[in-house]
Each structure stands twice: as C-alpha cells, then as structure tokens.
Design a protein. Structure first.
Length: 256
C-alpha cells in the first residue's frame, strides 16, 4: 500500500490512517488471530481474569499515533497540566530489557525486528504499574497497538474512557524519527526498522483506531502543527472527557 509523496505543498498529504480507510473501502479489514498464551503465563489465571478490582474507578486514556507522531510530547504536556500518571508501554518494555532478564532479552529481539511484543507481556507490565500507583487517572501511550491487545486490556483491566489519536503523514513522521535517531540511541530508531514500524502500524494499529471510532470513544487530532498548537486541541478533548477529574489536579497545582 503506497503513501502519497506529492511534492505540491498546496495539497495535504494523506496520513497512514486515511490510506487505511481508503483500502478498507475495497477490502474488509481482517482482525489478527488470537495469540497463544506464553509459556510463562498460567493459562488458568488468564482464563479467570475479568478485570482489576483495584482499578475499577480509574479513568484511563489511551494515546495512539504512528511512530514519530509526537504522542509522547503531548503526553508530557498533559501530565504537566493535569497530573495524569503517564504510562508508556514502550518505556515499560525497554525498562524490562535494561534489567537483563530472560523476558527482557526476548523483548529486545522482538523490538529490533520491528514486531509487536506478545500481548500478555505488555498488559501484565501495564497492569502492575497501574496497580502500584495511588492515582486514579492514567494516560497510556502507544497502546493498544493491535485489536487483540485492546480486547485483552479491556478484559484484564477495564475499557478506556477516552482514546486520543494523533494523525500524521508518514513522511513527516519519518523525518522526525531520523532526526531523533541522531541522539536517542534507541535500537529501533534506524531507517530500516522505521519502515518496518510504519508497516506494522498500518496493518495492526489502524484497525484499533477504527475499532474505538466505532465505539464512539476516539477523538482524532492532527499532529502536523507545532506541539503547542496540537496541545490546544488536546486540552479541549481532555477537558470535555475528563473535566471532573482534572479540575482537582489543576486546583492542587495552583495551591502548590
């Protein structure tokens, strides 16, 4: 599936999401098959899981966007203003890699190939991080990345209250990632892996965007403008969806 590379700046370049929508009009979107339960997970425990009682009252916001869309920057700005606990699925996975455990080594190999880490691993790390926190508002960055992850998270934790999607053309994201690669030192910030990540995003994550759009939980925001302008739109969304939660954090910030 090609992405438009028109050099005429008078025309907006299509995002990966828009390309996926066009393709979906021709072919039915196929959901990925359910993943087998990893050997280190007790199948009985997985089967019995019906949500996390400790998180029953939590407000959860998913933040989605292609690699280099700037979703991490927006999350930082949201946390600074509203006091959400920011959980990045990618950061949690990289932290596990740094520990040098067998699980961490497995994750590292998968990430270098630009593939998705098995769902049960990611959900387990997210759930544990949330349950350890005393907060009740969570911002989860870069998750879920495919339909099965969304279903497992909703089953094992709870459904999100809001899903924000930062929409951005591929060429803009690629330019940002290559620039970041000069200083990040991340194993997945090289051109070959970047292209693999775009392909994975298009095939796996765009159906998640469509899934939450159908459920009426998704708000799409253009990620092309400067971060400050993007955040103005983000503020409107957060205030509308989570105002009763965020007012408390704003009052505490003003009183500090």
């Amino acid at each position: 599936m090609g992405i438009s590379r028109s050099k005429n700046k008078d025309f907006a370049k299509p995002s990966l999401y828009e390309e996926k929508q066009k393709e979906a009009a021709k072919h039915e979107v196929r959901h990925l098959p359910t993943e087998p339960t990893p050997a280190w997970v007790d199948p009985g425990t997985v089967a019995r899981t019906t949500g996390s009682p400790a998180l029953s009252n939590a407000c959860i916001v998913f933040v989605l966007g292609g690699p280099g869309s700037g979703k991490g920057t927006q999350c930082e700005m949201i946390v600074k203003k509203y006091g959400f606990v920011h959980l990045s699925a990618g950061d949690l996975l990289r932290e596990e890699v740094k520990k040098g455990t067998e699980l961490g080594k497995e994750i590292e190999g998968i990430m270098k190939e630009g593939k998705l880490v098995p769902t049960d691993i990611t959900v387990k790390l997210l759930r544990e991080a949330m349950e350890k926190s005393t907060a009740d508002t969570f911002l989860i960055d870069g998750f879920p990345r495919e339909i099965h992850q969304a279903h497992v998270f909703e089953r094992d934790v709870k459904p999100p209250q809001l899903v924000i999607y930062y929409d951005c053309p591929e060429d803009v994201m690629k330019e940002r990632l290559l620039k970041r690669a000069q200083t990040s030192g991340r194993a997945d910030d090289n051109e070959e892996t970047i292209l693999k990540r775009f392909k994975t995003f298009l095939e796996c994550t765009v159906p998640v965007v469509e899934y939450y759009e159908r459920k009426g939980l998704l708000v799409k925001i253009s990620a092309v403008p400067p971060p400050e302008e993007v955040f103005k739109e983000t503020e409107k969304v957060i205030d509308r969806a989570c105002g009763h939660r965020t007012d408390v954090h704003e009052q505490e910030a003003l009183a500090a």
